[in-house]
Design a binder for this molecule. Structure first.
Ligand code: ASP
Length: 317
């Protein structure tokens, strides 16, 4: 009898506890609980892990507290370029989009790529056109903007043109350390049939160069799922997660090295990523329902819900 489970993250970062007010902390924790309940309900009703991670990430995209969809960070030229990926552990089918500017829920576009195209990765104009053809909701780019994110951009730009900031930098938006925060959202799940899935979505990094793509939509770096091993969603400095092929490396350590999930994830987050300046974290679940949420920063917005249980959420270590 398999006990379904879902885990989510809303970004990793170095947290200054002193900056968070009880109200802000509550707002984040409540948002995480609601998302877990939304994704968990899919599993409780017998839905697939794939449907559960799609719904959880869609809800995270809709929440302005997190850096994906509405509430996404700004690029250097004050635009939004959104990236997302999804993977089905049953077949290792996957889909991804990068640099989309008007698709309301990039995770739904990634899923449509997986299910309704012969390809796995669409970018820019082609991704937009495909999403429109699929009937997905498109919005004015201003939909993604929030005053807090604009302020973050202005702050980053006043610190220098090359100052590219991971999310949760503005104390009022998310009271994490000034220079070392990440955003991005993700979900991993195991369903009652024993199937695994993962999804990740992001606005990227504040003040990123137009056209820059991070790890989130890169299958194997920011997202990976394989029923034989695990499902993983990453958050952190995307360039490093790409260089480390972080998500797939956990799966490979399990598959070829015979490591249990916890040890494989620990090695990647605490031994391998730091070697390539890889600040961040990830969430992962294996086919037995073990969940790990390691990070090498001061904190990571995260949570987990087992069927029949209560959402468990945390921000700090
Ligand atoms: N990994 C994301 C990126 O590099 C950022 C993040 O997780 O905050 O685009």
């Amino acid at each position: 009898m398999i006990e379904p489970v879902i885990a989510i993250h809303g970004g990793a970062g170095a947290i200054s506890r002193s900056r968070i007010t009880p109200d802000m902390q509550r707002a984040y924790e409540e948002a995480l609980c609601e998302v877990l309940q939304g994704g968990g309900q899919v599993l409780a009703q017998g839905g697939s892990a794939l449907d559960a991670v799609t719904e959880a990430v869609r809800l995270l995209e809709e929440c302005p507290l997190f850096n994906a969809g509405h509430g996404a960070v700004f690029t250097r030229d004050a635009g939004h370029e959104l990236d997302a990926a999804i993977m089905d552990g049953r077949s290792r089918a996957c889909g991804a989009v990068a640099n989309v500017r008007t698709v309301r829920n990039p995770v739904l576009a990634a899923r449509a790529v997986m299910e309704h195209s012969p390809h796995v990765f669409f970018v820019g104009e082609g991704a937009e056109a495909f999403a429109r053809e699929q009937g997905l909701e498109c919005v004015d780019p201003a939909f993604f903007s929030t005053p807090h994110r604009l302020e973050q951009l202005r702050e980053a730009q006043s610190a220098g043109a090359e100052f590219i900031v991971l999310d949760h930098d503005a104390a009022r938006v998310a009271p994490l350390d000034e220079t070392r925060k990440m955003g991005t959202v993700g979900a991993v799940a195991l369903d009652a049939r024993g199937d695994l899935a993962a999804a990740t979505s992001t606005g990227g990094m504040t003040n990123k160069w137009p056209g820059r793509v991070g790890d989130s939509p890169i299958v194997g770096a920011g997202c990976y799922a394989n029923n034989a091993t695990c499902a993983v969603s990453s958050t952190g400095k995307g360039e490093a997660f790409i260089r480390a092929v972080a998500a797939y490396d956990i799966s490979a350590l399990m598959e070829y090295g015979g490591l249990p999930l916890a040890e494989a994830a620990r090695r990647v987050v605490h031994d391998k990523l730091p070697l390539v300046d890889g600040a961040g974290g990830l969430i992962a679940v294996d086919a037995q329902g073990h969940v790990v949420m390691p990070f090498n920063t001061e904190g990571m917005y995260r949570g987990c819900l087992r069927s029949g249980g209560k959402p468990e959420v945390a921000i700090y270590r």
